[in-house]
Design a protein around this ligand. Structure first.
Ligand code: GTP
Ligand code: MG
Length: 238
């Protein structure tokens, strides 16, 4: 199952957002707007290519091992406002070249897996495919962040074939288990969606760190049960 976190590219809306961009500068020219929209279409194509590859891997696993490694996927293209905001934040010019050279998460897919083994199998099989390149790996499962965040982040470059030839385009893929996703959603809400007093924030952050450790333990125990089930003879086969 794939959840689209944002609707498809809406050309009209993009034209309006870009022409009247609210970053204190004069709006983009029609030519720049057209180039931006073309580039977003390339990112969208790259995102679809990777999600199709992931769906194919998932269904092959389900045929071969009677197990679906992927619980569900979410995908999204970064909004114009976030793209321009990130360029500003990094003191970069508001140009297509600056986006292409510096932002690797314009196209993003989150792959939520059932077990930790699934995260690594899916990532390894995808990384081994000959038509895509691995640009960067950040393994926050082996090395969790200080706040307790765990996930495997891989930036892939996938060729999108246009009339001018292949355009290798980055897609950020975040792979995590259901437990890691459960944790990350609450931590994200605590960090970005609330205006709690500092003391409360600190208290909740500490509790979340404890939760991350507990979830990791539960996950290890459940992973072990799952491995044993998988390795045991099937009912009727023994
Ligand atoms: P930015 O994209 O500029 O943040 O830098 P980066 O791409 O080097 O960052 P990184 O790969 O570490 O993280 C990218 C994404 O992972 C973020 O946009 C979030 O979606 C997610 N992420 C990273 N750290 C955390 C965290 O501590 N908590 C949560 N909830 N999500 C995180
Ligand atoms: Mg990022």
């Amino acid at each position: 199952m794939i959840l689209d976190r944002r609707s498809r590219i809406n050309t009209k809306e993009l034209q309006i957002r870009l022409k009247n961009n609210n970053f204190g500068e004069k709006g983009f020219s029609s030519k720049q707007v057209a180039a931006f929209i073309n580039q977003m279409q390339v990112y969208e194509g790259a995102m679809y290519e990777i999600s199709t590859k992931l769906e194919i891997l998932d269904s092959e696993f389900s045929m071969r091992f009677s197990h679906n490694p992927i619980h569900h996927m979410e995908r999204r293209l970064k909004s114009v406002d976030s793209i321009l905001g990130k360029l500003k934040h990094k003191n970069l010019p508001l140009t297509i070249d600056a986006i292409k050279d510096n932002l690797f998460d314009v196209a993003g897919i989150r792959v939520i897996c059932n077990y930790r083994d699934d995260v690594y199998s899916v990532a390894n099989y995808l990384s081994a495919q000959s038509d895509i390149q691995v640009l960067r790996v950040k393994d926050y499962i082996k090395n969790p962040k200080q706040n307790g965040y765990r996930s495997l982040h891989v930036i892939y470059a996938v060729p999108v074939f246009l009339s001018s030839g292949p355009h290798y385009t980055p897609v950020e893929v975040q792979l995590r288990t259901i437990a890691m996703d459960y944790w990350a959603s609450l931590e994200h809400a605590l960090r970005y969606k609330t205006d709690l007093p500092d003391a409360k924030l600190a208290e909740h952050s500490q509790t979340l760190l404890d939760c991350a450790r507990s979830l990791q333990n539960i996950e290890t125990q459940m992973q072990n049960i799952h491995r044993d089930i998988n390795n045991a003879p099937r009912v009727g086969e023994a």
